[in-house]
Design a protein. Structure first.
Length: 134
């Protein structure tokens, strides 16, 4: 029961930090980007927003599966991650062959992170049930 409480608190803390990350990135992202690139590159809101959301869902899904990683039972979620990365590489390769712009990379990466996030919710619930039964 104690482990379950810690796991839930850890994920609530991670969610809170991820929300703070979203707000800071949304409101100060352009200033950070300009400072980081020394105003050498044009700021593109759409790409930065996709990158921010991609990171947000990646962080949450990583937090959701942390228990499975700790007990070395994360093969299936890792398989989903590997397949999604292979799909990403293939889509990007063919997109560039057909003259697509680099926004495709960020859009496809975001969509795949979003899908992995929903798969990790299933594993999160499964982990909670596993802890409840022990």
């Amino acid at each position: 029961a104690q482990l379950r409480k810690v796991y839930i608190r850890q994920n609530l803390l991670m969610f809170s930090l991820a929300i703070i990350y979203l707000f800071i990135s949304y409101f100060f992202g352009s200033k950070i980007y300009d400072f980081w690139t020394n105003n050498e590159f044009i700021y593109e809101t759409k790409i930065l927003n996709l990158l921010i959301l991609d990171c947000f869902f990646f962080l949450l899904s990583s937090s959701f599966i942390s228990f499975l990683k700790s007990i070395n039972k994360f093969f299936s979620i890792s398989a989903y991650n590997i397949v999604s990365q292979i799909i990403l590489i293939i889509i990007i390769y063919f997109s560039y062959l057909n003259g697509q712009n680099y926004e495709t990379l960020f859009l496809v990466s975001f969509v795949l992170s979003f899908l992995i996030f929903f798969i990790s919710i299933f594993y999160f619930k499964r982990s909670l049930n596993y802890m409840k039964s022990k």
